[in-house]
Design a protein around this ligand. Structure first.
Ligand SMILES: *Cc1c(COP(=O)(O)O)cnc(C)c1O
Length: 543
C-alpha cells in the first residue's frame, strides 16, 4: 500500500506531503491565471466544439489501466478549463457566481474534512456550520432561531421540492403511507421558476393540478386572480395545499406580495374551515437582498445614492414579509457568490419536520443513537456534502456589510445601464423595474412596448418583434466572448388584439454579477450593443 500513499494527504501532518499538495494547487492556480483576460469571457482559447464533439469523447474515453502521474492528471484537468466561461466583467448574463475567496476556502475545508452532513458523528464540522448559518440567517429574515430549522440541499429547485414534500406531509400525514389523493392543488405565478412544475410532476400531484396565477405590471403575482382561482378550485372539490410566492422572478426580479398572499390564504382557510395552506417563499433570486432588512435608510451608513436607496427600501418592505412564509431559500450559489451547490432550505417551524422524518422523536433533528445528536433523517438525501461550510465561510468573510455593498453595486450598474441605453437607442424599451436585472427589448422602428402590454398590437406584430430580438440575440451571441448578455423567450405574456391567447415576449437580459464589473464598463456594454445594432440594421434579415 505504501506506493499508493503519495496519492493521499498525509495522516501525520508531515511538511513534505503538505508541500507537495501545495505545489499541485500552485500549478493549477498558475495555469488558470495564465488563461485569464478581463476583456474576454473565456479562459484561454475559445475553442469551438465540433458538431460531433461529445460523440468523439465517447469514443476516446477509457480508464487508464495504470495510474498516470499527478502531473499528467493536472494537465488533463487544466484542459477542462480551456475555453471555459469565467465570471468577469464581460459576463452580464445570469445569476452565476464567481465564488469569493472565503467560500473557496470553506469549500476546501469541506473537501479536506469530507464529513458526511447526514450525521454529526461523521461530519461534526458541517453540522456545526449548518446549525450556525441556520440561526444567522433566521435572525436576518425574522424567523425565531429557536423554532426554525434549516439544511443545505440541491439548489433553489431542491428547496421547492422539499417544501412541497413538507406541505403534503404536514397537511395529510397519512399520505406517506397511502399515497396522495387526486385533489391537491398548488398555485404559483405564471412567471415563477419551473421548479414547482417539476415538483408537482415528481410528487404525483400532477401538472394539471398546478394553477398559474396572472401577474401584475411589476411581474408580481396578481392577488385577486389568486383568490379567484383558489375559490374555483374549492368549488370543484379541490384542496388548495401549497402556494409558491416568488421573491424575485428569474428573469425580471418581480417580487410577490407575500403579505397579501398570506391574507388571502388565511381568509380562505377560515371561510372554508381548511387546514393551513403552505406558503413557500421562492427567494432563490431575491433572498440575498434580505441583507438590507435591517439597513438604516435614514442614516445610510454606506452612503448609497438616492435611486439605489429607493429601490432597496421597496425591497425591504416586500422581503420582510418572508417571515410569514413557512419556508424560504438562500440560494447562495446565485447572488451569494459561493460554489455550486450551496443552498440553504430554511423552515420557520422545525416541528413540521416530524411529518417527513424517519423516526418520530419529539425533537426532529436529534438522532436516536447513544452518541451524536444531529441526524438529518428528514432530508431526501442520505449522505450529504457539507456545503454549509462554504456558506458559513462566505458569511464570515463578507459580513452583512460586504454583501450589502456588492448587492447595492449591482443596482447601481443597472441604473447606469438603463440610463445609457435610453440615451443611446431610440428603438429600445426597458421592460422591467429597477433591479439587479435589466430586461430590454428592441424594435425595428418605434418602441411599441406600451401598446404591446395593452393588447393594442396583433399577434403577428408581437411575434415579428420577438423575431427581431431573437435574431439580434443570435448575432450578439456569436460575439459573447466580448460581452455575454442573457435573454429570455418568455419575459412575460401580453395580450394581442387579434388572438385570445396571450403571447410570450422575448427580451434581452443585462445581469452583471461580477465584483469586477464597474460603472466604467457600462459604456463598453452599451457600445457593444450599439455596434451590433448598426451591423444588424444593415443586414437584410428582417428590418
Ligand atoms: C434559479 C431559481 C430557482 C432554481 O434554483 P437552483 O439553485 O438553480 O436549483 C428556483 N427559483 C427561482 C426563482 C430561481 O431564480
Amino acid at each position: 500500500m505504501k506506493d499508493l500513499q503519495y496519492l493521499y494527504p498525509s495522516d501525520d501532518g508531515n511538511p513534505l506531503q503538505r508541500e507537495e499538495l501545495l505545489d499541485h494547487f500552485n500549478t493549477i492556480l498558475t495555469q488558470l491565471d495564465e488563461r485569464k483576460d478581463p476583456s474576454s469571457l473565456t479562459l484561454g482559447n475559445n475553442s469551438q466544439h465540433q458538431d460531433d464533439y461529445y460523440n468523439q469523447l465517447i469514443q476516446q474515453a477509457d480508464i487508464p489501466y495504470q495510474a498516470q502521474s499527478i502531473k499528467e492528471t493536472i494537465h488533463d484537468l487544466v484542459k477542462l478549463a480551456e475555453g471555459h466561461r469565467y465570471i468577469n466583467s464581460s459576463y452580464v448574463a445570469n445569476a452565476a457566481p464567481l465564488p469569493n475567496i472565503p467560500s473557496i476556502l470553506g469549500n476546501l475545508v469541506m473537501v479536506l474534512l469530507n464529513g458526511n452532513n447526514l450525521w454529526d458523528v461523521e461530519g461534526s464540522g458541517a453540522a456545526t456550520a449548518e446549525v450556525k448559518i441556520t440561526s444567522m440567517l433566521s435572525k436576518l429574515v425574522g424567523y425565531d432561531p429557536n423554532q426554525s430549522a434549516g439544511y443545505t440541499t440541491w439548489g433553489g429547485q431542491g428547496a421547492v421540492f422539499n417544501s412541497l414534500r413538507l406541505a403534503i406531509a404536514r397537511r395529510f400525514p397519512e399520505t406517506n403511507q397511502t399515497g396522495i389523493p387526486g385533489n391537491l392543488y398548488c398555485f404559483c405565478s405564471e412567471l415563477s421558476h419551473y421548479s414547482l412544475y417539476k415538483s408537482v410532476e415528481a410528487t404525483g400531484i400532477g401538472v394539471a393540478n398546478l394553477i398559474r396565477v396572472k401577474v401584475n405590471d411589476d411581474h408580481s403575482m396578481n392577488i385577486e386572480d389568486l383568490k379567484k382561482k383558489m375559490n374555483e378550485v374549492i368549488q370543484n372539490g379541490g384542496i388548495p395545499t401549497y402556494v409558491l410566492a416568488t421573491m424575485g422572478t428569474t428573469d425580471t426580479f418581480g417580487i410577490d406580495d407575500l403579505e397579501g398572499i398570506k391574507k388571502i390564504t388565511e381568509e380562505i382557510e377560515s371561510k372554508h374551515r381548511l387546514e393551513p395552506i403552505y406558503v413557500h417563499a421562492d427567494s432563490a433570486m431575491g433572498g440575498m437582498y434580505t441583507f438590507f432588512n435591517h439597513y438604516e435608510f435614514d442614516k445610510n451608513p454606506l452612503g448609497l445614492g438616492g435611486n439605489v436607496l429607493h429601490t432597496l427600501k421597496g425591497y425591504q418592505t416586500k422581503l420582510k414579509a418572508i417571515r410569514q412564509a413557512d419556508s424560504m431559500v438562500f440560494d447562495f450559489h446565485k447572488l451569494g457568490q459561493t460554489p455550486y451547490s450551496s443552498s440553504l432550505f430554511l423552515i420557520k417551524d422545525k416541528a413540521s419536520l416530524q411529518y417527513v422524518d424517519l423516526d418520530h422523536e419529539e425533537t426532529p433533528y436529534v438522532g436516536n443513537r447513544s452518541y451524536g445528536s444531529y441526524h438529518t433523517s428528514y432530508t431526501l438525501e442520505c449522505s450529504r456534502m457539507g456545503s454549509s461550510i462554504s456558506i458559513y465561510a462566505s458569511l464570515l468573510g463578507m459580513g452583512i456589510e460586504g454583501y450589502q455593498k456588492i448587492l447595492a453595486h449591482y443596482l447601481e450598474l443597472n441604473l447606469a445601464f438603463r440610463n445609457k441605453m435610453l440615451k443611446q437607442f431610440s428603438n429600445v424599451a426597458i421592460t422591467n423595474d429597477v433591479s439587479p436585472i435589466t430586461t430590454f427589448r428592441f424594435y425595428p422602428e418605434n418602441v411599441l412596448w406600451d401598446e404591446e402590454k395593452q393588447g393594442e398590437r396583433s399577434l403577428e406584430e408581437i411575434e415579428h418583434n420577438n423575431q427581431f430580438n431573437d435574431e439580434f440575440a443570435e448575432l450578439i451571441g456569436e460575439e459573447r466572448d466580448r460581452v455575454y448578455f442573457g435573454n429570455t423567450r418568455k419575459q412575460r405574456l401580453v395580450p394581442s388584439k387579434n388572438s385570445s391567447r396571450r403571447i410570450p415576449v422575448f427580451a434581452h437580459k443585462f445581469f452583471p454579477v461580477s465584483p469586477y464589473s464597474t460603472l466604467e464598463d457600462v459604456d463598453r456594454y452599451v457600445d457593444f450593443l450599439e455596434e451590433h445594432m448598426n451591423i444588424y440594421r444593415k443586414t437584410p434579415l428582417l428590418v
